[in-house]
Design a protein around this ligand. Structure first.
Ligand code: ZN
Length: 359
């Protein structure tokens, strides 16, 4: 089963046989792409195996990648993807962005200066076993984003909001009063070690499979009340929309769409709050895969097609189209002191949030 393991030697790829590499290339090419970046840019990044996960006859590493300053007071951007194994496009977007960033770090002095002032952490493949098996849940049949110890305060969608019926249905939360899954504990440890102690940290967790358009959701998922630091979120939303007026992401609290049990980012927000870390801002990017289906309806007959663009030109467009958003998030993290609201603005932004979403 899952054996927690941290290793300073990031590259388990050199030990694999040619046969195993062929199999991985077919089933989880994203992992090989990530390992190629780890091998090719050691001067810019630190890679860590947070966990080794066993599936059938092989072991898959759960990687974290760290770039930028090691100054522990620096603001931090955390980017995660692939929490749901079927939603590969999230991992692919992150790996594409990382590739561009690493290559630019070779020659772009402006980017080098940026990274000298900010910590960047990536976990592009949070659920390698689910991705290998091409399924939403992890290797134990548990939905990692219904698995945190948080219960919704209100009605949740039947099954989709999380349930405890069993692994034979998707969105299974796991058994009551048991620890979270190993992947989630690895993420929690990383947050505690590198992120929750910061004066400011932003998270973007990439998903796909809901809605016609790209959406940025912020907590809570467990209740319809505004989160305590909603003024920060409104300020970030306005910053994005004023800086990039031609972009079309919806930027909203998740709870206006649906409530769910066991949301990981709710859980981490509650933890941050209990640690007095009031500027911890996780966001979920839900890429609007229904639009890809609308353009190519027969994708609906293929499970992966519900969550991922399948035409090559559309796939390339999705990989390109979020680069700007991620660049923005990096700049917003670094410059947080220039846009975080003061107490007077905060009141106004709280009112704005109320009139936008909570009336
Ligand atoms: Zn998802």
């Amino acid at each position: 089963m899952n054996s927690p393991e941290t290793s300073p030697s990031p590259d388990s790829s050199s030990l694999r046989s040619a046969e195993l590499r062929r199999e991985l290339k077919q089933k989880i090419p994203e992992l090989l792409q990530l390992e190629r970046l780890i091998r090719n840019y050691p001067q810019h990044l630190n890679a860590q195996v947070e966990l080794m996960l066993q599936v059938q006859h092989l072991h898959l590493p759960l990687y974290s990648i760290t770039l930028g300053t090691t100054d522990t007071s620096a603001p931090t951007l955390l980017l995660t993807g692939g929490m749901h194994g079927i939603e590969r496009i999230g991992s692919q977007v992150l790996i594409a962005w990382l590739q561009t960033l690493l290559e630019r770090l070779n020659w772009d002095s402006h980017l080098q200066q940026q990274l000298a002032q900010v910590q960047l952490v990536l976990m592009p493949i949070l659920n390698p076993v689910g991705m290998y098996l091409n399924q939403r849940s992890n290797g134990n049949g548990i939905d990692l984003n219904r698995n945190a110890p948080v219960n919704a305060e209100g009605d949740v969608p039947l099954l989709g909001g999380g349930h405890r019926l069993g692994t034979f249905l998707p969105w299974y939360r796991g058994k009551k009063n048991t620890p979270m899954e190993a992947e989630n504990i690895a993420l929690e440890k990383l947050l505690q070690k590198r992120i929750l102690d910061r004066s400011f940290s932003l998270v973007v967790d990439l998903h796909s499979g809901f809605g016609m358009r790209d959406q940025l959701w912020f907590p809570y998922a467990y209740r319809k009340k505004p989160i305590h630091n909603i003024a920060d979120y409104v300020a970030l939303k306005l910053l994005w929309e004023r800086s990039y007026p031609n972009h079309t992401y919806a930027f909203e609290p998740q709870s206006i769409h649906y409530l769910s049990h066991g949301d990981l980012w709710d859980y981490f927000c509650l933890q941050a709050r209990s640690h007095q870390q009031s500027h911890f801002l996780p966001l979920t990017l839900e890429m609007g895969s229904w639009a890809w289906i609308k353009k190519r309806p027969r994708q609906i007959f293929n499970l992966a097609g519900l969550f991922n663009p399948q035409m090559q030109h559309r796939h390339a467009r999705v990989l390109r189209s979020h680069l700007l958003l991620l660049d923005f998030m990096l700049a917003a993290t670094l410059n947080y002191q220039n846009w975080l609201p003061d107490s007077k603005q905060r009141e106004l932004l709280n009112q704005t949030a109320k009139s936008l979403w909570f009336n």
